[in-house]
Design a protein around this ligand. Structure first.
Ligand code: ZN
Length: 150
């Protein structure tokens, strides 16, 4: 199981880094938050369009390492169409699967999020993977601010 996860992780990270989804500025966003991970130097700006509590659109720009870029790319795909609460729950799950020592359960149910569980093999990179999600969390709380992982 874990071997499969590692392969999947590397494959998906590579793909999303080379070809990031939703990598664009959003003209009609109503949430915009900047995130910074000083440990690695990852910087990103997250754009959301939230209407009636639902994330109608999500996009990002910035420059970061492969893991932060791929995580942001995956995240914008995952949360699009979700309610703010659902998106917050995804972050909680991600936090659990990236920091827990336990075997990850129900990987299939986690869908795309499961890929990011692979980052726990590389503890120094967990902040790269979670930066976009910290930024999302601030955007959901409607903070027009900057976020740092430190
Ligand atoms: Zn990084």
């Amino acid at each position: 199981m874990f071997e499969d996860l590692r392969d999947l992780y590397q494959e998906v990270i590579f793909d999303h880094n080379r070809n990031p989804r939703n990598f664009r500025e959003m003209e009609d966003s109503n949430r915009k938050v900047e995130g910074f991970n000083p440990l690695c130097g990852d910087r990103m700006t997250l754009f959301l369009k939230v209407e009636g509590g639902i994330i109608q659109d999500a996009s990002f720009q910035g420059s970061g390492c492969a893991i932060s870029t791929a995580s942001a790319s995956l995240m914008t795909e995952i949360v699009k169409g979700m309610t703010e609460k659902e998106a917050d729950e995804q972050f909680e799950i991600l936090h659990k699967i990236t920091t827990s020592e336990d075997e990850v359960e129900n990987l299939e149910e986690l869908g795309k999020l499961a890929v990011l569980a692979g980052v726990r093999e590389y503890p120094a990179r967990v902040k790269c993977a979670t930066l976009p999600w910290h930024t999302l969390s601030a955007a959901i709380e409607n903070k027009e601010a900057s976020v740092s992982t430190e």
